[in-house]
Design a protein around this ligand. Sequence first.
Ligand SMILES: [Zn+2]
Length: 312
Amino acid sequence: MGDVITVLGPIPSTQLGVTDAHDHLFLRSPALAGQEFEDVDSATKEVASGKISGLQAIVEVTPIGLGRHPAGLRAVANATGVHVVAATGYHRDAHYPEGHWVREASVELLTERILDDLQQGMHPDDWLSSAPPDPARAGVIKAGASYQRISRLEERRLMAAAMASRQTGAPILVHTEIGTCAHDIVDLLLREGVAANRVILAHMDRNPDVELHSAVAERGVKLDYDTPGRIKYRPDSQLLDIIEGMVSAGHAGSIMLGLDLGQRDYFRAYGGGPGLTYLMDTFVPRLRKRVGSEVVDRVLVANPAEAFSWSQ
Ligand SMILES: [Zn+2]
């Protein structure tokens, strides 16, 4: 396994530790008006409490154009000692207003900017200025698809993600909208020459279908279950059932966990919940009772170390 690229530099994947495999510390999107969170002190407070709960690493997958804050991520990592892996790449269409450069750019330009973020350092304001790159490199490529469809523009962005992954060995984490289009996304990325073990599908627990998840896992792809505590979607007991089902089907090596706190209201530091301690304080103890500590360690430590290390 290669290194994991954190905002403070590369580390051996064995040092990553207990990992929240999908989360956000800074975000702003026209699709989530009024729910932006951009404060470094609040993020630091939230991550410090997450660390006390047992988290050692956070994969922060806010992509280009959604209020990424590389300097803020470095500040949080420095203040707390928690490893932070940051994202480059692009989200689904809904997050880019008409006229945004991400909508107009060619596949070549989309690829070039991903490669700059991965290799030189993240652009501090996503190419809206001529500022020099931040010292923090991105460690994962984000992509996204819409509900039940991959739009023409999303396909271009997935192709750019594929090209950049092929050149660097960086993993690609794809937002699925309510867990739809899983096989189509994998088909597209494999067609573009990406190795299946470089692909992570997020939000699959929004579509709690163990047979589908098993079929996706059998293709060599990893799945993010990233909505524990999101009771408006379903009770945690149902997510525990899915994980237990996947483990019984032999897929413990294919799943990872995160909280995907993608709105201001989800953070304790902004007065909401469930907050970043929810994974380790509330969900994981229940999971441990269901599947045992060995499987929990695999899901929280070994699988992210494998998924987020860059292939050589
Ligand atoms: Zn997310």
